[in-house]
Design a protein around this ligand. Structure first.
Ligand code: PLP
Length: 430
C-alpha cells in the first residue's frame, strides 16, 4: 500500500497522448466518461490487476470480457507457451484450427461449419457480407444500442432515424455505406414488423446481440427473440446472433442456453480466444459453403486461425466445459447486484440491476430499462460517482455506465466481499 506511485500512470498517459491518438488504442480506455487519468496495468492475475502505480484492483472489466477464467489461467498460459514453442504462426493449415472448429461446432447449437477471424468486428462484417451473398438482398436490420464492432455498415444506432435509411454515427462512414442499414428499437416487435414491411423482399438479415451488452446489459422481454426469429422466417431473411460478448459467457451455449431461439449465423469472439485476439462466425453448412473457396463470398485473413490463438481458445473453452462455472458466475453477479440494490434502497435511490451469467449492470433509473432510450434516461452522473469511489476502494468497474461488468471464476469470496462493501459505500455516498 505504502509503495504506490500514482505518478507512473500519469506520466505514461502523457507520453501516450503524444504518440497515440487520445493516448489509447481503443477509445473507452481513455476514461473520458468517468473523468481522471486511466491507470496503466503492469500485470494481471486471477481477478486482480496490478497497476504500474503499484495498486491492486479487483477487476470487473476482464479485458472487456474474455478473461472468464480470471487473468493468466495456468491451463491457457501453458497452451500458449506450448504453441509458441512450435512456431509463431504458419500461414498454412494446422491441426489446432481443426480441433477448435470441431470444439465450437460440438458446443454451439447452430454451428455446422465455422470460420475463425482475428476480431469480433471481422466476424460480424463477414457474417453480414455472407448473409447478403446468400440471400442476394441488400438490407440489414439492426437494433438501436446493439454494437457489432466498428463495421461501417453497422456503426449506425440512429435511434430517432429508426425505420428510415440509416444515418452514420461516425464521421468517415458514408451515407452509402449505411444506406442499407435499418435501425429499430430493441424489444419493440411493432417497429420490427414495420421495418420488414417497408423493406419487403429486400432484407438479407437481422443482426442482433440477443442480450445487448454494449449499453450496459439489456434482456429480451415477452419472447422478443422468438418474435425476431418468426419475422425473419416470414420474410426469408437470415437471423444473425452476435454473441461475441455473450457466447460462452451467459451459458456454455451463450444466450441459446437461456432462450431456445436459434439463429442462422452466429458470431463469436472475446472468450473463445482465451485472451488473444479472435473472432469466429458460423452456421448451417449450406450458408457457410457460400464462402470462398467453395462459393462466391470472399473472406480471408493472414492471421485467421493463428496457432497460438487456437491453442489459447481451445484451452479456455475446454476449461469451461470441464468446470461448468456458469451457475456459480450467475450467483456471484446476483450477490453484487443484491448488495447494490440494498444500498440503493437504504438511500432511497432508484436502481435497476440486470444480470445474465457472469454479466451485470446497474442503471440508476426508476423505470425498467428495456431499450436504448431507457438506458439513456438513466443517471450516468451517479454511475460516474460510483465508479470513482469504487476505484479509490480498489475495485475497477467499467469506466462507462454503458459497459457491462464481467465476473470471472477467479472472483473469490474475499474479492466479492470487498466489492459489495465498496459498492455499498459508494452508493451510500451518493
Ligand atoms: C466486442 C464486440 C464486438 C467487436 O469485437 P472486437 O474483437 O472488439 O472487434 C462485436 N460485437 C459485440 C457484441 C461485442 O461485444
Amino acid at each position: 500500500m505504502s509503495t504506490t506511485k500514482p505518478d507512473v500512470s500519469v506520466s505514461l498517459f502523457a507520453r501516450a497522448q503524444r504518440r497515440i491518438p487520445g493516448g489509447v488504442n481503443s477509445p473507452v480506455r481513455a476514461f473520458r466518461a468517468v473523468g481522471g487519468t486511466p491507470f496503466y496495468t503492469a500485470s494481471a492475475n486471477g481477478c486482480r490487476l496490478r497497476t504500474a502505480d503499484g495498486r491492486e484492483l479487483v477487476d470487473y472489466v476482464l479485458a472487456w470480457g474474455p478473461a472468464i477464467h480470471g487473468h493468466n489461467a495456468p491451463e491457457i498460459a501453458e497452451a500458449v507457451a506450448g504453441a509458441a514453442a512450435r512456431g509463431l504462426g504458419f500461414g498454412t493449415c494446422h491441426e489446432g484450427e481443426v480441433r477448435m472448429a470441431e470444439l465450437l461446432c460440438s458446443l454451439v447449437p447452430v454451428l455446422e461449419k465455422v470460420r475463425l477471424t482475428n476480431s469480433g468486428t471481422e466476424a460480424t462484417m463477414s457474417a453480414v457480407r455472407l448473409a447478403r451473398g446468400f440471400t442476394g438482398r441488400a438490407k440489414i436490420i439492426k437494433f438501436a444500442g446493439c454494437f457489432h464492432g466498428h463495421v461501417d455498415a453497422l456503426l449506425v444506432n440512429a435511434g430517432s432515424g429508426a425505420l428510415t435509411f440509416g444515418t452514420p454515427d461516425s464521421a468517415g462512414v458514408t451515407t452509402g455505406a449505411a444506406a442499407d442499414t435499418v435501425v429499430v428499437p430493441y424489444n419493440d416487435p411493432a417497429a420490427l414488423a414495420a421495418a420488414f414491411a417497408q423493406n419487403a423482399g429486400n432484407v438479407a438479415a437481422v443482426i442482433m446481440e440477443p442480450f445487448p451488452g454494449n449499453v450496459g446489459l439489456l434482456l429480451p422481454r415477452d419472447n422478443f427473440l422468438a418474435t425476431v426469429r418468426a419475422a425473419c422466417d416470414a420474410a426469408g431473411a437470415l437471423l444473425i446472433f452476435d454473441e461475441v460478448m455473450t457466447g460462452f459467457r451467459v451459458t456454455l451455449r451463450g444466450t441459446m442456453g437461456v432462450h431456445d431461439v436459434r439463429p442462422d449465423l452466429v458470431c463469436l469472439g472475446k472468450i473463445i480466444g482465451g485472451g488473444l485476439p479472435v473472432g469466429a462466425f458460423g452456421g448451417r453448412a449450406e450458408i457457410m459453403d457460400r464462402l470462398a473457396p467453395l462459393g462466391p463470398v470472399y473472406q480471408s485473413g493472414t492471421f485467421c486461425g493463428h496457432p497460438v490463438t487456437t491453442a489459447a481458445g481451445t484451452a479456455a473453452i475446454e476449461k469451461l466445459v470441464r468446470e461448468q462455472p456458469h451457475a456459480a458466475l450467475s450467483a456471484k453477479a446476483e450477490r453484487i447486484a443484491g448488495a447494490a440494490r440494498a444500498a440503493a434502497a437504504r438511500k432511497g435511490i432508484p436502481l435497476q440491476t440486470h444480470t445474465a451469467g457472469g454479466m451485470l449492470s446497474l442503471f440508476f433509473n426508476d423505470a425498467p430499462v428495456r431499450d436504448l432510450a431507457g438506458v439513456l434516461a438513466s443517471d450516468t452522473a451517479r454511475y460516474t460517482a460510483v465508479f470513482n469511489h469504487a476505484l479509490a476502494g480498489g475495485v475497477f468497474l467499467p469506466p462507462s455506465a454503458f459497459e457491462s461488468w464481467f465476473i470471472s471464476t477467479a472472483h473469490d469470496d474475499a474479492a466479492l466481499d470487498q466489492t459489495c462493501d465498496v459498492l455499498a459505500g459508494a452508493i451510500a455516498a451518493l
